[in-house]
Design a protein around this ligand. Sequence first.
Ligand code: ZN
Length: 612
Amino acid sequence: MTEYDTNAEHSISPLNSELAIKYILSFEHVGQHLIDVSMSFSALAQQELWIPVWVPGSYLIREFARHVSTLSATVLDLQSQQSARHIYVEKISKNRWRLNCEAGETIVVHYQVYAFDLSVRGAYLDHTRAYANPACVCLAVAGREQHPIQLIINSGQSFAQHPIACSLTKMSAIQHTENNRIYHYRAKNYDDLIDHPFEIAEQSVNSFDVNGIPHTIAISGRHRTDMTRLANDLKKICRYEIEFFGSAPFKNYLFMVMATGSSYGGLEHQNCTSLITPREDLPSGNEAEQPSAAYRRFLGLCSHEYFHAWMIKFVRPQEFAVLDLEREVYTRMLWVFEGFTSYYDDLILYRSGVIDRPSYLELLAEQITRYLQNAGREHQSVSDSSFDAWIKYYRPDENSQNATTSYYNKGALIGLCLDLTLRERGSSLDAVMRQLYQFAQQGQSLTASTIPDLCEQLIGDRLNDFWLNYVEGTLELPLETLLDKVGVKYTVEHKVWPLGLKTSESPNGLVIQQVLRDSVGADAGLSAHDTLIAIDGIRATTGLLAQWADAAGFNVRACTGAGTLLTCHVFRRDELMTFQIQPVASAIHTIRLSVAHPERLTDWLEPFSSIH
Ligand SMILES: [Zn+2]
């Protein structure tokens, strides 16, 4: 094969018709966090280039164009392989450029991208690591988005000794000299290109096969992971998920992980996931047989993103069949794609044998507790929450808990309720998921009626009230009743927020993080961001406020007399304000789950063998 240019880092070679668009990424400005990009292609007249404003899987307008600079373009003389002339580049919108060129000219564009975003959806470059989602580095050639693409990554001297993690199709062996390595990849089209992040860094790597499909884990950052333990656990999870669906929509899979102090996140791709995790979540050589809560969290993250390879990368909502990456794309179905995925991520840890039943019930209880502690569940449905992800879920503020619902959290519990409802009637959510995968294999995407239709097929009932009450509406989920039927006891414990306030200590006083909707604190006029400095003339501390955890409010009330209003001194900005408050605590619920009636347990809580 001669599809690549052996001197790619120095020149742009003639294009062949098969690989019409070529990108060369290099890292000569590591210290300044600048990725140098050269791209070449055969142009249309007045060719436009654009860069996405968001990245699939993360529903917020990110404006990647703001990191693009020094863009210039020349026409290439194909005979001499030299620049024939510079062409004028006009910026025509926030994320689009127009080139003053003729049709058929071969254009070379150079630009730089500032890359210092550690998140899984961005790009990052320093002397330890080069990482990028091509969506924020590679400009698209308008009208040529379906053309095949060649991606050349030149490690340069900085990364000549480091391996690369990338799940794109390789075109050839790596070219390796003392000073650099050059990696050649191909993508089917622009969408394919931007679904494959890469990382060059010092990595710990382990590989395993699942049902003949090669899987790789590559971990960068400082960490002391027991890679064998991790691979063994991941293998069980992956095998379960592949067998759950019946087959995999990928031929290989890569877990690309960065270990840090405290960052956390994951982004799904068609045959890869990019994860960032606190290093303490990774298993050490001392990890007990039952994973710690921290390690369980990491395994849950892996299980979640891997499940997305089916649910959202392959089975898609109808609105995502063709993605417009220049503006918001709305769907009301994120409660399915993120919610059901969140239901299964923990459940699969249990079913695959990685965690035991009490651990799973603990995770489920935490999910239910989060739901019950969110006052916003009474005010926003998951259907609306999905639609408004762009402006609400991805832009949380001090009022979010009071006004919004998480389509992850409530979506997961809707998954649980639907699963238990279907199981009562001889079917299961597992059957629905497998059917959705089969529909996608036949080229169908998901519409609002797909799941009700499937329920009708499976149990002879479209469950119209279920969708109306719990998906379109905000009726409380029947968790206790449904769990009781399968032998799981639901115990409510009360936790109190004194005065309905969530606070944190600071040298200046207690900073109010959140005021619970309809609490006495809210009624009195206290606000998030206020600094509470004194309660009834005594310096406000967590301890003093905690005395209100006892609804009697014993100490302070003894001084002030029962029923007396408390005086709170508060700084709002730099102004001192006084508020009178009824000394009443607000209760929020904490849930514990346990198996109370083992004889009622159904195959819902049966491990691996339950796939049917
Ligand atoms: Zn997700």
